[in-house]
Design a protein around this ligand. Structure first.
Ligand code: ACM
Ligand code: ZN
Length: 720
């Protein structure tokens, strides 16, 4: 081959690699032209920054080792320049790469930050490790880009599961690489109060902890420890600054008037004026709603929210408003007197009265209220309140139709605590969905008119953390797996205009896998395809990941080709790519369950609404009449003794370790009369493979005094 020919091929290869790099940008930019050539960052090249951009010069040198020079002292030469051009819109940017240099020009600070994120995606993925060395090459290009919405949010529930400042900073890093610019922090809930309030130190001294000697009971796991934590105001100030450098605004939420069992354990006087039934709850006051009629409550909230308003620069403070158990107000003579006095029609009107009072406190502190969608019922919420539509698409349609600026986040697309396929971990009450479903969200198809879309303030993903506490929250694994890559789809819906085609997005998403690997994200891969035909079991992937399998729960082995077997039900497959992994997948035979006739009984009596005989109708869940005490039992009596590959029994809701026997053991019987101890409960459940003898009955025995809830849920056994 001639010299010029091979050069041509090399050039073509370089160009196509460059074109590839540019067309994998996620979220997709508005316009992107790839040119011939490239710029090479070599040692000594400076980053030159305009006034106000010093923090970004510092930021980018963590990823690309450059010298920082401010605009006034620079003369000429190859460089990375950070510039402002205020004819560009807010958060908009222009990225120009030529062999002579790189210019990132933003409409404002956020625009330059966003341009730098695009630049990072054009560099080799090692840049994300912060340990990459020069030279680094970036393809020549001109990208002009701006966001569709100025609110592109992610919510972290740090109340149910505590996430310390370093873990939140890591999440800010990961989300800001995708140009997500709002972090909604859910700072209070029944299980924890997470921000120091200097005028009321007891809120964190007591309320930041649950379990052990804390008056706050554990509800979601870590049963045997005093568990929790909180941010001091100093730490929060640092976190706000850290986020700000990364173009992320932190919006605090204090969930009112419900979800307040925690603060009510510290200040029981905030509750309504009646004596609760402590018999069914083993002595625990389960009330969770602030009394709307008690004037001192508004004074306490003024103290708290005054400090919150001083601390957070964000214009909006989220004050909750979701899931109020209004029976607590209807049983309270004071709330009923308030209702008559103020002419409030119903519980929703009482909620609006309460939130209206809280809104006035915020206004007095120069802030506005953000609320969950339920808070608009009743019609009196001020129009300047921002509504977060979480419940479903209809709730978002209603809020936007009523003229509220709405953050759209229906659970069935944007609640990243939902499980991603039927046999994975996570909740399922909103939907079971993966990144493809999130990406399919479309305002038009969901019925938003142009006028309603005009009221959409942005989109937000949410990670509620009830289940996280029982998934080793000290490691980022579960949080990463649940949020990535669904958050990538969220980022694109928030940022990019234009047609959405799954294959095109999936191609760019796969292009981002190396970047996620370099960031150490434990992201989820799409499940492998598994088939069984003519005695051959085979698996395949379409993302270049490495396949492995297990046989009857054995060690994971590399998958090298179809497996000849007569027992496909024993095999599970998964794939791995750097720090990413797929869920485990089997053939339908793996999931097939046996349904022997069974009678369920317990010592705790049964709920009238959810009796054991109808357990199947409630997805296998029935309820007892009261909580558990030591020695309480649940029994499963089978009509015929049977053998199986695997049997599992469980108290509580799947993935939600609430309503369980927090501790207990399991006994087996071959005759239905004599029982032998077979094992301890873990997270309320127990599983046995290949029982040695036929099973006639199972008994689960509680060794705990209560579970922090008024009842235990009882599930049907799962037998394979
Ligand atoms: C919510 O999920 N209750 C806001
Ligand atoms: Zn009351």
């Amino acid at each position: 081959m001639g010299k010029s020919k091979s050069l041509q091929i090399l050039l073509l290869l370089a160009l196509s690699a460059a074109a590839n790099a540019a067309t994998t940008i996620l979220p997709r930019p508005n316009s992107c032209d790839i040119h011939e050539g490239q710029f090479v960052f070599t040692p000594g090249i400076p980053v030159i920054y305009a006034p106000g951009l010093e923090a970004l010069a510092e930021y980018i040198t963590e990823y690309i080792p450059l010298r920082q020079i401010d605009d006034r002292t620079w003369t000429a030469g190859q460089s990375l320049r950070l510039l402002i051009d205020d004819t560009l819109g807010a958060e908009a940017y222009r990225l120009e790469v030529t062999p002579q240099g790189v210019r990132v020009t933003g409409g404002d600070y956020g625009g330059v930050f966003n341009g730098l994120q695009t630049l990072l995606q054009l560099l080799p993925p090692e840049a994300y490790t912060k340990h990459a060395t020069l030279p680094m090459t970036v393809p020549a290009c001109r990208i002009v880009d701006e966001p569709r919405f100025h609110y592109r949010g992610m919510m972290l529930d740090v109340a149910r599961t505590w996430m310390d400042a370093d873990r939140v900073k890591r999440h800010i890093d990961l989300m800001s690489h995708l140009k997500i610019n709002k972090l909604h922090l859910h700072l209070s809930d029944d299980e924890g109060w997470r921000l120091e309030i200097k005028s009321h130190p007891e809120l964190t001294e007591i309320g930041a902890w649950r379990g052990g000697d804390s008056p706050v009971w554990p509800v979601y796991g870590k049963w045997d420890e005093k568990y929790g934590g909180f941010y001091t105001q100093e730490q929060m100030r640092d976190l706000i600054h850290y986020a700000g450098v990364r173009n992320v605004e932190i919006i605090p939420e204090f969930d009112l008037p419900a979800h307040s069992r925690n603060i009510a354990r510290v200040h029981p006087e905030i509750l309504c004026n009646y004596t609760p039934d402590l018999e069914v709850t083993a002595g625990y006051d389960y009330r969770s709603v602030w009394c709307a009629a008690r004037e001192e409550n508004y004074r306490l909230l003024a103290d708290i929210l005054g400090e919150v308003a001083d601390l957070f620069p964000s214009e909006y403070i989220h004050i909750g408003g979701d899931e109020v158990d209004m029976t607590q107000w209807s049983r309270c003579p004071d709330c009923q007197a308030l209702k008559s006095r103020e002419g409030l029609a119903d519980g929703h009107a009482i909620e609006q009265y309460f939130l209206g009072r809280v809104n006035r406190i915020l206004e007095a502190n120069g802030k506005r209220a953000a609320v969950w969608n339920e808070a608009i019922r009743g019609g009196n919420l001020p129009r300047n309140a921002r509504v977060h539509g979480w419940k479903d698409v209809d709730a978002c349609l209603e809020a936007t139709a009523q003229g509220y600026r709405t953050v759209v986040m229906p659970g069935a697309y944007f609640y990243f605590d939902m499980r991603q396929s039927p046999h994975e971990e996570g909740h399922d009450w909103a939907a079971i969905f993966d990144v493809r479903k999130t990406y399919s969200f479309d305002f038009g198809k969901c019925g938003f008119t142009p006028a309603q879309v005009a009221n959409v303030f942005g989109v937000e993903g949410a990670f509620w953390s009830e289940a996280y506490v029982s998934h080793e929250p000290e490691k980022p694994d579960y949080l990463d797996y649940m949020t990535f890559p669904r958050i990538c789809a969220l980022a694109e819906i928030g940022w990019s205009e234009g047609v959405r085609e799954w294959p095109e997005f999936y191609r760019r998403l796969k292009g981002y896998y190396d970047a996620m690997g370099a960031q150490g994200i434990r992201f989820r891969l799409m499940p492998p395809r598994v088939t069984y035909r003519n005695g051959l079991l085979s698996a395949s992937v379409e993302d270049g990941s490495r396949l492995t399998y297990t046989e009857d729960d054995s060690e994971e082995k590399p998958y090298t080709g179809p497996i000849r077997t007569q027992t496909p039900e024993l095999y599970l497959f998964r794939s791995r790519y750097q720090s990413g992994r797929s869920p485990k997948v089997g053939t339908p035979a793996y999931y097939r369950t046996l349904q022997p006739a069974v009678k369920i009984s317990t010592s705790m009596g049964e709920s009238k609404e959810f009796p054991y005989v109808r357990a199947e109708e409630y997805r296998g869940i029935a309820r007892t009449a009261r909580t558990c005490r030591k020695g309480d039992w649940i029994r499963y009596d089978f009509e015929e003794p049977f053998t199986c590959r695997e049997i599992a029994v469980r108290t509580g809701n799947l993935q939600l370790p609430r309503f369980i026997f927090t501790t207990g053991y399991v006994e087996l019987s071959t005759d239905g009369e004599t029982f032998e101890r077979a094992g301890e409960l873990a997270k309320g459940g127990w599983m046995l493979r290949h029982p040695e003898r036929p099973i006639r009955a199972i008994r689960i025995v509680s060794t705990c005094e209560g579970n922090g809830c008024p009842y235990v849920t009882v599930q049907s056994p799962v037998i394979k």
